[in-house]
Design a protein around this ligand. Structure first.
Ligand SMILES: [Zn+2]
Length: 561
């Protein structure tokens, strides 16, 4: 022991494992050396690694673990006890009942909790407590004070439950069970403590035997006679016994193949060290429930660790308020981390997302990062904007970021939003000035990819103003009703990129109000992107006009005309 081992950066999955391995050791206050493209640790760090491993997850995902949800009720109990239940009202009762049925009872008798009790040394009959735990109903003509004795009894029961859940052993075993099923299994599954048929009930021992002991043994073995090489690190290894099929949806499902090809010798096998690194993938990826994000910044080990830890903190900070905004933490972290670097030699960075049990990949191109950075203000105004499509709610902020990450322009999104503003205003939670913000983001994007050359004036504003002015003229003629039909027609021309029909409609409109067509429309004839930008800005002005008392500093739109 005491020997130093280096682990070099490889592909994104291995790197996420390295970041995770580093995180686990760092959290346990072990020394890990970080160099340009590798980390180095001393073999002593592997002693008790199984505890460090679970501690990392139990601490880092503290608030999302059901164990802590059970414990969190203590504050509520203490509050009411201190105040002698004076402000305990029907709402409090409702909250208590919901907690008892949806959190406490549900978790206490779940299989994963039951299997943890076997490992916890305590005389408390926790399942017996659960049986006595009941919701309390307020009968007709009853008042809260009539049922206070019952509430107090239930609170006493809950205090016993919480006392049990706060035991060091409960944290250790129930916390580990929570971590296994809510975090770790997003990264790997089917082996060791996540093998439903595992014989070892204690997940710590299971992890130690399956991942750590073979690693220590391997480090202490003379490897000079080994014939094979590790797929990941190229170290010599004895045989092909460690494949990567335990990792989720990576395409390395070797076990299935080898079952019907009898002499199949898979060449995707790794040494025990790398297998241990891969077991740390869930500590490298940041998860919010069953979704995960990892940024494969392979410019240096230090950057990879820094950006992913920022992401984790960002997600953790916003955990409750913005569950839908999976990208928000990402964007904030990107802005923080790459603020200065964007100006320099930043290479494209791979973004990996884990969703619906699969990995999805995007490239954070220099252009996308720059647009995100330069559009901070515009993007922040979109956070509360959204629309309903059939029964699903879509957040506009997320949709815009998604497009930027996929290097797509915003035109089809804008088309859809304007269309919905006309056809289903009640389910469109935004104003048209939010759409002009998206148009501005889009211009930055288009310029970044070499389009929209020579656009110096604010064509979004000019187009939008023209729309608003025309709307005013229609209003003064008492013909504002005609505008929605006209808007549909214009949107259709924009969608099919038909400049002629767009101009036809436009000429008719201006003839009707006896005005000349504004000069800005001459620009639309020059290229498609300008045509669409000015056209959509114009329709946005036409649909909504200048709203009274509305500055576009407003975030999101609730009142829909
Ligand atoms: Zn290896």
């Amino acid at each position: 022991m005491g020997e130093k081992t280096r682990l070099y950066m490889e592909d994104w999955l291995y790197n996420s494992g390295l970041v995770g391995f580093y995180n686990v050791l760092k959290h346990a206050e072990n020394d890990v050396v970080i160099k340009q493209n590798y980390i180095e640790f001393e073999s002593d760090a592997l002693v008790g690694f199984e505890k460090k491993y679970f501690n990392y997850f139990i601490d880092k995902y503290k608030d999302t673990l059901s164990l802590n949800k059970i414990i969190s009720f203590e504050k509520f109990i203490l509050h009411h006890e201190e105040n002698n239940f004076e402000n305990f009202n029907e709402k409090s009762l409702e909250f208590t009942n919901k907690y008892i049925s949806d959190v406490a009872k549900k978790q206490i008798k779940s299989n994963s909790y039951k299997s943890a009790y076997e490992l916890i040394e305590s005389p408390v009959d926790i399942l017996g407590l659960e049986k006595n735990l009941k919701t309390i109903n307020l009968k007709k003509k009853q008042e809260i004070r009539d049922i206070l004795p019952e509430i107090k009894d239930i609170f006493d029961l809950m205090k016993q439950v919480i006392k049990y859940m706060k035991l060091e052993e409960s944290r250790k075993y129930i916390g580990a069970k929570n971590a296994m099923y809510s975090v770790i299994k997003n990264g790997w599954n089917g082996v060791c403590f996540l093998n439903p048929q595992t014989k070892e009930k204690d997940m710590y021992i299971d992890y130690k035997c399956y991942f750590i002991d073979p690693t220590i043994e391997y480090l202490n073995t003379d490897k000079s006679k080994f014939k094979y090489s590790c797929f990941s690190c190229n170290r010599k290894m004895k045989d092909f016994s460690n494949d990567l099929s335990f990792l989720n949806s990576t395409g390395f499902d070797v076990s299935r193949k080898s079952s019907h090809v009898w002499d199949f010798q898979n060449d995707i096998a790794v040494c025990p060290i790398c297998k241990l690194v891969y077991s740390c993938v869930p500590a490298g990826i940041s998860y919010l429930y069953d979704k995960g994000i990892y940024i494969n910044d392979n410019s240096s080990m230090r950057n990879a660790i820094a950006i992913n830890n920022k992401i984790h903190m960002g997600i953790y900070r916003q955990k409750d308020e913005d569950k839908k905004l999976t990208y928000k933490a990402l964007v904030e972290s990107i802005n923080e981390e790459y603020n200065d670097k964007i100006k320099y030699e930043l290479a494209d960075i791979q973004l990996v997302r884990y969703e619906d049990g699969k990995y999805r990949f995007n490239i954070l191109s220099k252009n996308s990062l720059k647009v995100i950075k330069d559009s901070e203000d515009d993007l922040n105004k979109l956070i509360n904007c959204g629309f309903k499509e059939i029964n699903t709610y879509f957040n506009v902020y997320e949709l815009v970021i998604d497009r930027l990450l996929n290097s797509q322009n915003m035109f089809t999104l804008i088309q859809k939003m304007l269309h919905y503003k006309l056809s289903q205003p009640r389910d469109s939670y935004y104003h048209t000035f939010h759409i002009t913000r998206i148009l501005r983001i889009n211009i930055r994007f288009l310029k970044g990819v070499g389009c929209m050359k020579g656009v110096y004036k604010d064509i979004v504003k000019e187009g939008n103003d023209a729309g608003e002015k025309l709307r005013e003229k229609y209003r003064s003629k008492g013909s504002v009703d005609k505008l929605s039909g006209i808007s549909y027609r214009l949107l259709n021309s924009l969608k099919t990129n038909n400049v002629d029909s767009f101009m036809d409609t436009l000429l008719n409109c201006y003839m009707y109000v006896k005005s000349s067509v504004p000069e800005i429309f001459l620009d639309t004839l020059k290229d498609e992107d300008k045509f669409k930008t000015i056209g959509y800005a114009f329709v946005a002005g036409l649909i909504e006009g200048r709203k009274e008392n509305n500055t576009d500093n407003e975030n999101g739109g609730k009142d829909n005309e």
